[in-house]
Design a protein. Sequence first.
Lengths: 348, 181
Amino acid sequence: MIGLDYSSTGEWLRGTGPDGDVVISTRVRLARNLAGFNFANRADRGEKQQIVALAREHALGLAGRSDLLWIDVASLDALDSLLLVERHLISKQLARGDQPRAAVVNRDESFSLMINEEDHFRIQVIRSGRRAADAWAEVNRIDDQLGEKLPFAFHSRFGYLTACPTNVGTGIRLSIMLHLPALMLTKEIERVRRAAQDMQLAIRGFYGEGSEALGDIFQISNQTTLGKSEAQLLREFDEGVMPRVVEYERRARHVLVERRLSLLDDRVHRALGILRSARLLKLDEALRLLSHLRLGVQLGRIEGVDPRTIDRLLMLVQPAHLQKTLGESLHQAERAEARATLIREQLR
Amino acid sequence: MNGHRCDHCGEEATIHEYTPSHGKVLSETHLCEQCAHKLGIEGKVVKGAQELLSQIVLAKTGRRKSPASLACTSCGLTWGEFREHSLLGCPECYTAFEKLLEPLLERIHEGATHHVGKTPARAHLDITLRLSHLRKELAQALTAEQYERAAQIRDQLLNLSAAGEAADGPESGDREEAAPS
């Protein structure tokens, strides 16, 4: 039992943030390691236990935080681990294996700390919508507090030291999660890919590295962590990539309404029709249809569907969520049926 | 544009590789995209970072004697093991492999080899030390007429100087990064 309310979503998936029609969420994470210990890939069980103990002592006592939950990831069953992965609170890498590892999360799920992932600590803050400065301010404050108690490995030339040299320096990864259905429908998504590549940014799917863009959801994140300050990176996102991508998507939505209304209406009403009547839905199909429905609601082409229900469903139709909600283990075919039933009930 | 021609075919070179050692440049290679491709050297940052890193490391190995058996005295990881998994073993590895890591970091991080940004409060880090290190490198690059490299170092110097000035004022870093009201 994890102590989280998995029947609703974290704050970041509630569509309350600025530019929430396109930018689902903004995430900032910092990679930190303790001086005097081997990195996690080379640390033995005893070292990892010590790191977990240090984290428990200092992270749970973070000032101004009375809502923190300690999760001993090593003792979780597979379903609970997957649930945390689906909620973007821990990574797939942390969910695997039998080594000592843990996570700290807060109740609204805007903060999580992973312990003994690729680095000893991965501190992350997620906010709904376009709120990079806000997310950075919070993660920076937590990093300061932890850094007062824990000696982070730092090099006069290379900055914060990380197991993989791709993260060294600031150790920062700023990611924005974007919903880009109109760019997919108008087949202009390449523009976003090119823009991201021009700016040395990575573009990935809903679940990060190696994942597909299910439900027309993409993540864009920085790759450079050395030679560029956190403030500079934030500026590049706030003034560069974010307004650009938001503008591309809104323009594509405008074009659909102005010039291709029958195509748009067909897609969004077809999506609602299938979601309200299908008896079996696989995950990728459900997410694709929910994406079109979300577009239809945002453009005012569909009325009577609460956008918050759609955002909640994006999470609840995931495999671990379905099984936790129903309280039983289901194989893939059973999940397709349970998923369709859940969606029909929610969109009634 | 720095005017270098491809070492192989004489066309305009777009991919430049410098191999530094002990603060000096050991060798320079300039290639056009086609020849780089033929030689198996990728010049574009388009793939996953981890994959890119292994590619760079692999591309490097055939082209200069890489001391695969060099080991970190703290954790025992060898350079060869690092090349295989792309993960370092402990914080000391950065000092043990500093010179070998330099060209790699340059490729991954848009030419940067020095940290700019936040420093932990308890480290009392000396920015002046890093500034003087960079100034030395800039002078060397200019002497060797490596203007592209010199421009990269100059940018890092400017960034670091700005960061240093910001750090001088109380909480000025926080003000700069605060959410707009």
